[in-house]
Design a protein. Structure first.
Ligand SMILES: Cc1cc2nc3c(=O)[nH]c(=O)nc-3n(C[C@H](O)[C@H](O)[C@H](O)COP(=O)(O)OP(=O)(O)OC[C@H]3O[C@@H](n4cnc5c(N)ncnc54)[C@H](O)[C@@H]3O)c2cc1C
Ligand code: FES
Length: 282
């Protein structure tokens, strides 16, 4: 959104300041006393200082996390992350306690592009998030609001037990969808996007999406059909996060590959042939 922030070399130790429950997810915060302010869409490689690594086996490598919010506070920048406990890394991060150490490398990767640089102008931005993928859209939404760019937010969840993170959105104009119908429209968040693109002149604006691969692919196809420019924040298994291991390579529409950690994780929808990348999403 603003320019890409460059990570200082090496990892640095931050202090965890908070960890709270949020309807099946956790939101944890850390004080980064020396890193730059991240741009929306960028991510960090995270590892707990205790209970991580060789002496305990997995988790061994750090885990990639989108920054959900960043606030200047006394002593540095408060970074918020939204986590869904799935495996050893995310489960350990979900159990971080205030006062613990957190190793961070970042901010890494390519952030979201400003709507006016992506599209021809017009109604602004449409943000589409699914599940844990709502995280980078929270900081994007706030950055857009601060710049006076109008944005509409569509968020979808599978069910009530995994539907957290809404408190990161400092706005009331959020339209919700849930597959079990516990809140908002019963169905997919892409149903809401489809209605919006059919009903509006959205072609002058830009769509920003993050969520599971099936959702991202549906967003990509809808935007292609309606001639709307879109950026997708994607995931792939990441071992290093800075271009060294090639573990995060995904195919490009025109042939060849990109490393999602350095050329993404935000990609233009027309750069890729499909968002259904093997090994991505969860
Ligand atoms: C750029 C980026 C940003 C991310 N942001 C967040 C976030 O904000 N919040 C959050 O909870 N998670 C996020 N993830 C996903 C997170 O990094 C993985 O869920 C995590 O690495 C899994 O580690 P684990 O040890 O808990 O589970 P593992 O045992 O390693 O994996 C558990 C399951 O998740 C799948 N998985 C593993 N790594 C990834 C991955 N990188 N992407 C997708 N699926 C994976 C595995 O196939 C397996 O099914 C992000 C990933 C990327 C690449
Ligand atoms: S995660 Fe190692 S090259 Fe991308």
């Amino acid at each position: 959104m603003s320019g890409r922030a460059l990570a200082p070399p090496g990892r640095r130790l931050c202090e965890v300041t908070e960890n709270r429950e949020s309807r099946g997810y956790r939101i944890f915060s850390a004080l980064d006393s020396s890193g730059p302010t991240p741009a929306p869409g960028q991510f960090y490689m995270l590892a707990a200082a205790r209970g991580w690594g060789v002496e305990r086996g997995r988790p061994y490598l750090p885990r990639a996390f989108s920054v959900a919010m960043a606030d200047g506070v006394q002593g540095g920048i408060r970074l918020d992350f939204l986590v869904e406990p799935l495996g050893p890394g995310t489960e350990r991060l979900a159990r971080l306690e205030p006062g613990e150490g957190l190793w961070v490398t970042g901010p890494l990767g390519v952030p979201f592009t400003r709507p006016e640089e992506l599209a021809s102008g017009g109604p602004g931005a449409i943000l589409v998030g699914g599940g844990i993928g709502i995280a980078p859209l929270a900081i994007l939404r706030r950055t857009l609001s601060a710049r006076g760019v109008p944005s509409r937010v569509l968020l979808g969840f599978r069910d009530r037990t995994r539907s957290g993170g809404l408190e990161l959105f400092d706005c009331s104009e959020v339209r919700l969808a849930s597959e079990d119908g516990h809140v908002g429209h019963q169905g997919m968040v892409t149903d809401l996007l489809s209605v919006l693109l059919h009903g509006d002149d959205a072609s002058g604006g830009a769509v920003y999406a993050c969520g599971p691969p099936g959702m991202l692919e549906a967003v990509r196809q809808l935007c292609v059909r309606h001639g709307v420019v879109a950026e997708l924040a994607m995931e792939a298994p990441m071992a290093c996060g800075f271009g060294a291991c090639f573990g995060c390579a995904i195919p490009l529409a025109e042939g060849g590959f990109m490393r999602l950690c350095v050329d993404g994780p935000v990609v233009r929808a027309d750069q890729i042939a499909s968002a259904l990348v093997p090994g991505s999403g969860h």
